[in-house]
Design a protein around this ligand. Structure first.
Ligand SMILES: Cc1cc2nc3c(=O)[nH]c(=O)nc-3n(C[C@H](O)[C@H](O)[C@H](O)COP(=O)(O)O)c2cc1C
Length: 194
């Protein structure tokens, strides 16, 4: 089963980048094939054109989707699992990844009748959060992040859905250093177990 990694972080010098590398090492340790879309690096366009908006708003599956969108959709349909790796920004995904959903989850592909997107075996969200798990639980923000990613964006598009939050990674917190190794181990294990 090929894994399609959709990765979104603006900096190479980030903990999230380390998470991505550990996850990939885990995949490799179990002989899994994978492909990656590095959204910032490939300068993936995140804002919809008016033509794209009208296609979605008028439920027109006959209007063509742009080539960059079709390329992402082909990567999905050639894979058995999709893995989103990103830092939590404002209790959601970075705008780069939100824009990827806006444009790639098109009518007739990801929703609507006779969808052409295959149902994936697994959808995994592997994210880093500056806040601690305790804070995210207490405020209800964890539940909100899980709902949006697992119950809306992934929904029935994957048979098994999971979100792993690697927490306390703010550069200001002691926990960033203290949790570093265990978080990277968890990312490795998630890759190995996919
Ligand atoms: C614009 C921005 C918004 C952020 N919003 C949140 C947030 O809502 N909740 C949270 O837990 N962390 C938030 N963070 C912290 C990031 O999740 C944190 O930087 C990242 O998880 C770990 O570090 P990295 O950037 O080195 O990968 C935010 C960071 C930035 C830059």
């Amino acid at each position: 089963m090929q894994a399609f990694i959709v990765y979104a972080h603006p900096s190479e010098n980030s903990f999230t980048r380390q998470i991505r590398d550990s996850f990939i090492m885990g995949l490799e340790s179990s002989g899994r094939r994978y492909i990656v879309s590095d959204l910032y690096k490939m300068q993936f366009k995140t804002d919809m054109s008016e033509a794209e908006y009208l296609r979605e708003a008028c439920y027109r599956r006959d209007a063509p989707v742009p080539d960059d969108v079709a390329a992402e959709q082909a990567k999905i349909n050639s894979s058995g699992a999709i893995v989103f790796i990103y830092p939590v920004f404002w209790s959601d995904v970075p705008a780069k990844l939100a824009g990827w959903f806006d444009r790639v989850w098109t009518y007739g592909f990801a929703y609507g009748e006779n969808r052409t997107m295959k149902q994936l075996e697994k959808g995994l969200c592997l994210c880093s959060a500056g806040n601690t798990m305790e804070y995210l639980h207490k405020t209800g923000l964890l539940e909100s992040m899980q709902r949006v990613m697992l119950k809306d964006r992934l929904f029935d598009r994957a048979k098994v859905k999971e979100m792993i939050v690697l927490d306390g990674t703010s550069r200001e917190l002691e926990s960033r250093k203290a949790n570093w190794d265990s978080h990277l181990r968890r990312a490795f294990e998630a890759g190995a177990a996919l």
